[in-house]
Design a protein around this ligand. Structure first.
Ligand SMILES: [Zn+2]
Length: 137
């Protein structure tokens, strides 16, 4: 059994709770569930493996700002594990949106950073509009 807490780089993407949690029904429910978000330990593994650079545009990105991007999306069964995560800058992750990894890599290679910036700007505006509609600010 992999212990996600002791070696985040070796995490298999599922919760494995310690024996001391098994008496608590709420905590016990976590056992075997897919982990959605990379914790600080796994984030550091991704960041260091990718040399602190965005996987897509290769620009340096700060440890606090990079986004751990799922290659196979979580919504499509992708796991939150080192081999399924890449270091992405905010602009690339915004521009990638819901398109597949392969499609985004191909489009970025063909269209370049100006295209990425334009798509990222539109996405950011869309998110801001959604927030205003939902929360009024
Ligand atoms: Zn980037």
């Amino acid at each position: 059994m992999t212990n996600n807490l002791s070696d985040p780089c070796a995490s298999d993407g599922y919760f494995h709770i310690p024996d001391s949690w098994r008496d608590d029904p709420l905590l016990a429910k976590l056992e075997g569930q897919r982990i959605r978000f990379a914790g600080a330990g796994l984030r550091k593994c991704v960041y260091e493996r990718d040399g602190g650079k965005c996987h897509y545009c290769e620009e340096p990105v700060a440890l606090e700002k990079f986004q751990a991007d799922h290659v196979v999306p979580f919504s499509k069964g992708g796991l939150t594990i080192l081999s399924n995560l890449v270091c992405a800058c905010v602009r690339c992750n915004l521009a990638k949106g819901n398109v597949s990894y392969e499609q985004f890599v191909a489009e970025l290679a063909e269209r370049g950073l100006e295209w990425r910036n334009e798509v990222a700007r539109k996405q950011a505006n869309w998110f801001a509009d959604q927030r205003r509609l939902a929360y009024g600010y």
